[in-house]
Design a protein around this ligand. Structure first.
Ligand code: ADP
Ligand code: MG
Length: 700
């Protein structure tokens, strides 16, 4: 049964009143495509605002509600520059209302000059001027404004307001049906958890811990269940046992000896793929630990055994880089490697897409590298027996695995991640996969000299950067992605790029960010990788995988805004060659205690697994709300703290549900969810978009 038929919360969000084409994009940005997504868009926090008659009664940093009269609009004409409405309060104190990237027509309509409006938001400062950036509310009526003094504050995207979103949430909540319960009644009672619909209502109304916990538990259960179903279905199917004779691996052109950890991982993989049951293994290794060679060795083994292998990369940049590296390393083996990307373009020989598709079909191509395009329906493999999935630490490992399970004979799967996640989270993300850990870095790596530098010393930093480049070095300059609007961040990166380009000269610097066309991005990356460009200015898109050993200096702007794990990933881009590397963490003026501790840890250690554990500790210790940024986890509702606390329960519960299905008397190896709770859990899988798990079910 399609979930849309099942009930109205699965229909598209544009069925709600007031959602026209104008809201489609902002909602899409937040991932709110269906009614249920809106019901699950939980508040970040609950604002307690103070109504003040005059700005003088409030202090900077405080949440206020104040009556202001707009006097003038200020915009520079550039769509990227902020738009300001200059206003004043009853006593004549000036205050700017500032929007980044907001269309000015909207602000002008809401804030007509000379007319008093109630404005709610956090009072800040811009130079000496008071300002409120992206006010939560602009209200005409003072009585209405008083109703907004205590309320949920939702994460927003450009083009959405708190009012708008709250109205949509109210509509979505009114549509919630009563769903059959999937949680064990005993567990519910023990924790005092409300029923599902009730929990959603409460979570939008206030800081109801039990309600938030219940919703988080649901999400964890859905994930655990889906992963277990993938595992279970794999168990019941037969893959292709692969035994290689080593003839290709012997011809590998390696300029170094393998580390012990690499050898061990390669052996573990060889042991797995020799079995008929498809391998489901995670290769976990810090940045620079040498996962690529392990992957190549596994793929060569598959080719030796007469089969094909595929490597799935998360981005085109990484797919190309893998293609280059693997082609180089495997050049002496005579193995035929092809690159297949979404755009169908490829490098090396300039073969057309058609000829690659032919080669995969007739088996003349041994190894295919690419993005998700390599699993499109139009791509047929003669005998694909091994799939390597690179850098899937963020989302959808299960989903990717699912893709690979479609054939009659499922291939062996090796997932690789550079995120040294804590052990407790490994389970959350990868379910019941077997794990190989590369816990030993290749020899000869130098420690990265990491320093924290105050932003007001940026001139010195730029001067040092200049000397570094003049001396023949290359460098990264990372600008953060932190604000509400991506355009805004990109504007900041562009401004920094323009400044550095002006200093160092045309052609020395390149800029890469998430909104560039792929061709432009590739071209910039290629210029940097070849050494033609010396400086790569980037938003966090360089986070994963990029390998330019000659680049030994990294500057990270507003480093306090990043999580530890992310800083660690970024820093891993340097320290890859034999030269000593430096990482400068530029920090803002005011630092929270946690931010200070994070930066200190970065200076202290380079051990990714330790940083991951500390990250969990630092982020998990926060207040009840506002800790939802579960960063590198695939969860939207569950916080890191909740994951740590509730995941083991959810995991056991999921196992119980799956085992009950296995033992329901049938003998046909199929996977099922049985009983009332089992049936209810299907709906749960749809709710959290783990429906790839449902597809594997008997009669699903
Ligand atoms: P990651 O695990 O981040 O994908 P890579 O596979 O890109 O790491 O390897 C990082 C660098 O280390 C590459 O330049 C690679 O050639 C080199 N490398 C890998 N294994 C070894 C080894 N055993 N000894 C020396 N260098 C190695
Ligand atoms: Mg890699």
């Amino acid at each position: 049964m399609r979930p849309e038929r099942l009930n109205p919360i699965f229909v598209s969000a544009d069925s709600l009143k007031g959602v026209g084409p104008g809201l489609a994009r902002p909602l899409d940005k937040l991932g709110l495509s269906r009614v249920k997504d809106i019901a699950y868009h939980l508040p970040d926090r609950f604002a307690v605002r103070r109504a003040v008659a005059e700005l003088n009664e409030a202090s900077v940093g405080e949440q206020v509600m104040v009556a202001l009269t707009p006097l003038e609009y200020r915009s520079s004409g550039s769509p990227r520059a902020p738009f300001r409405v200059m206003a004043q309060d009853a006593a004549g104190t000036a205050c700017a209302l500032t929007w980044f990237g907001r269309n000015t027509g909207w602000a002008k309509k809401t804030l007509p000059l000379g007319e008093k409006r109630w404005v709610a938001g956090r009072l800040g400062q811009f130079g000496t001027l008071l300002q409120i950036v992206h006010p939560d509310h602009v209200t005409e009526d003072g009585a209405v404004a008083l109703g907004q003094l205590h309320e949920a504050v939702y994460p927003l995207s450009e083009g959405l307001t708190q009012n708008r979103l709250a109205a949509l949430v109210a509509q979505a909540l009114a549509l919630l049906p009563d769903l059959p319960e999937w949680i064990d009644p005993g567990l519910m009672a023990r924790h005092g958890w409300p029923a599902w619909a009730q929990a959603l209502h409460e979570a939008h109304r206030g800081e109801h811990e039990a309600a938030r916990d219940r919703l988080a538990y649901d999400e964890l259960l859905a994930n655990a269940l889906a992963l277990m179903l993938v595992r279970e279905s794999g168990r019941s199917r037969r893959g292709t046992p692969l035994v290689g004779d080593g003839r290709l691996r012997a011809k590998l052109n390696l300029p170094f000896a393998l580390t012990g950890a690499q050898q061990r991982s390669i052996e573990e993989i060889a042991g797995d793929v020799a079995q008929e049951a498809p391998m489901l293994r995670l290769l976990q290794g810090d940045v620079g630990s040498g996962k690529t060679v392990v992957a190549l060795s596994a793929m060569l083994l598959a080719v030796e055994a007469g089969a094909q292998a595929a490597l799935l990369a998360p981005t085109e940049i990484l797919a190309r880089q893998h293609y280059d590296t693997l082609s180089r390393l495997a050049s002496g083996t005579g193995v035929n490697i092809a690159l297949l990307t979404g755009r169908g373009s490829l490098r090396g020989g300039g073969r057309a897409r058609e000829s690659i598709l032919m080669g995969l079909m007739d088996g003349s191509i041994d190894i295919c590298i690419g993005t998700h395009a390599i699993f499109q329906d139009s791509v047929t493999y003669r005998n694909l027996a091994l799939v390597v999935i690179d850098e899937q630490h963020r989302f959808g490992v299960g989903q990717r695995l699912m893709l690979t399970q479609k054939g009659r004979r499922p291939p062996h799967c090796l997932a690789m991640t550079a995120t040294p996640i804590p052990r407790s989270l490994t389970l959350a993300q990868y379910g019941e996969m077997d794990v190989s850990r590369l816990d030993e870095l290749p020899p000869g790596r130098q420690a990265i000299d990491t320093r924290v530098v105050a932003l007001d010393r940026i001139e010195d930093v730029i001067a040092a950067l200049g000397r570094h480049i003049a001396g023949g070095g290359q460098a990264y300059w990372v600008c953060p992605m932190v604000r509400e609007s991506e355009t805004d961040d990109i504007a900041a990166a562009e401004a920094r790029y323009a400044e550095l380009k002006a200093l160092f000269g045309e052609g020395v610097a390149v800029l890469v960010h998430g909104q560039l066309r792929p061709e432009a991005k590739d071209a910039a990356m290629a210029r940097f990788a070849s050494g033609a460009a010396k400086l790569l200015v980037a938003t966090t898109v360089i986070e994963v995988g990029v390998d330019v050993p000659n680049s030994t200096l990294m500057v990270i702007e507003q480093a306090e805004r990043f999580g530890l794990a992310q800083l660690h990933q970024l820093r891993g881009r340097v320290g890859r060659g034999t030269e000593k590397s430096t990482c400068l963490l530029l920090r803002g003026e005011t630092l929270s205690e946690v931010a200070r501790e994070r930066l200190a840890l970065m200076r202290e250690t380079q051990d990714g697994f330790r940083l991951a554990e500390e990250d969990l500790r630092l982020r998990g210790g926060g207040e009840l709300l506002g800790t939802r940024q579960s960063g590198d986890t695939p969860f939207r509702v569950a916080s890191l703290e909740q994951i740590g606390r509730l995941l083991p329960l959810a995991h056991d519960d999921a196992r119980l549900l799956v085992e009950r299905g296995r033992n329901d008397g049938r003998n046909d190896d199929s996977v099922a969810l049985v009983g009332e709770r089992g049936e209810a859990a299907r709906v749960l899988l749809y709710l959290f978009e783990r429906d790839w798990g449902v597809q594997l079910l008997r009669g699903g």
